[in-house]
Design a protein around this ligand. Structure first.
Ligand SMILES: [Zn+2]
Length: 269
């Protein structure tokens, strides 16, 4: 795993200047359908897979849920005209660098990692819920640290503290964080906006910083969405319906569109 970590760092450094890959065409129309999205590349990362089930509750596995949602995001991206890639389209395990290398290899404008949340304390299953979007940043918030630790466990197996800190320190500066934060805000706001039409009860868990390692290697704006808590009975049931998954997917892609449109304006397209 030490070798894998080192590869992540070098990959990040090589691509560190590759943020502005938005070869823009199309106008600034507010109608997403009238904008040419074909030059924008989206990479969707379905978390976990294979022997790594992620969180498990009541027989439901995070790896299966996030693959279903990622596939819907993929379809919606296609419908909107984006170039889009999935890190995995089947139930298979990918290492951390395998995931982020896909983003770099495909020259992704944005990298979206999809996960589902869980808590260990059964007495809080029915009260802890909500959808959250994370960007890579150190934080002192214990709750966010705990969530990141759970998600990081499988990808960091074997890495020592020094390796982890070297990796984090190397990316916690520069424009990637600012851009990832902007992307996270657009994604979270648009998901909640879409869900609010039919699912007013969904809790807005807001945008949060946390040290997710899957976001370290991708040298481009990257966010991780925790689509909800599979330990919460109501949320788990909702998350496993196709209609709800589609609304999340539409919101994600609307958020990506908003971010890319603003980015194009900033860089003068
Ligand atoms: Zn996860």
């Amino acid at each position: 795993m030490r070798v894998i970590m080192q590869r992540s760092v070098s990959m990040m450094c090589v691509g560190g200047t590759a943020l502005l890959l938005l070869s823009g065409c199309g106008g600034a129309s507010k109608s997403s359908l009238s904008v040419d999205r074909s030059s924008s590349v989206v990479v969707i990362d379905a978390g976990h897979g294979g022997h790594d089930s992620g969180a498990v509750n009541s027989g439901k596995k995070e790896k299966d849920l996030v693959l279903q949602i990622s596939q819907k995001i993929y379809k919606e991206c296609k419908n909107q005209g984006y170039k889009v890639y999935l890190t995995r389209a089947t139930d298979r395990f990918l290492t951390l660098p395998q995931r982020t290398q896909i983003a770099d290899h495909k020259k992704a404008d944005v990298f979206i990692s999809v996960h589902a949340n869980a808590i260990a304390n059964a007495s809080k299953f029915s009260t802890v819920e909500g959808l959250e979007t994370y960007y890579l940043q150190q934080t002192r918030d214990a709750r966010s640290q705990n969530i990141a630790a759970r998600e990081n466990a499988s990808v960091l197996m074997g890495a020592d503290e020094l390796s982890k800190n070297v990796i984090l320190d190397s990316v916690l500066s520069g424009p990637k964080i600012i851009e990832s934060h902007k992307l996270a805000i657009d994604v979270q706001n648009n998901i909640m906006g879409h869900l609010d039409r039919k699912y007013k009860q969904v809790k807005n868990g807001s945008v949060r910083p946390a040290p997710f390692y899957v976001l370290v290697g991708a040298s481009r704006p990257s966010v991780l969405i925790e689509v909800g808590y599979i330990t919460n009975p109501k949320e788990r049931e909702r998350l496993h319906t196709s209609a709800y998954q589609k609304e999340i997917a539409k919101g994600v892609v609307a958020g990506v569109g908003r971010y890319i449109d603003n980015r194009k304006k900033e860089v003068g397209f």
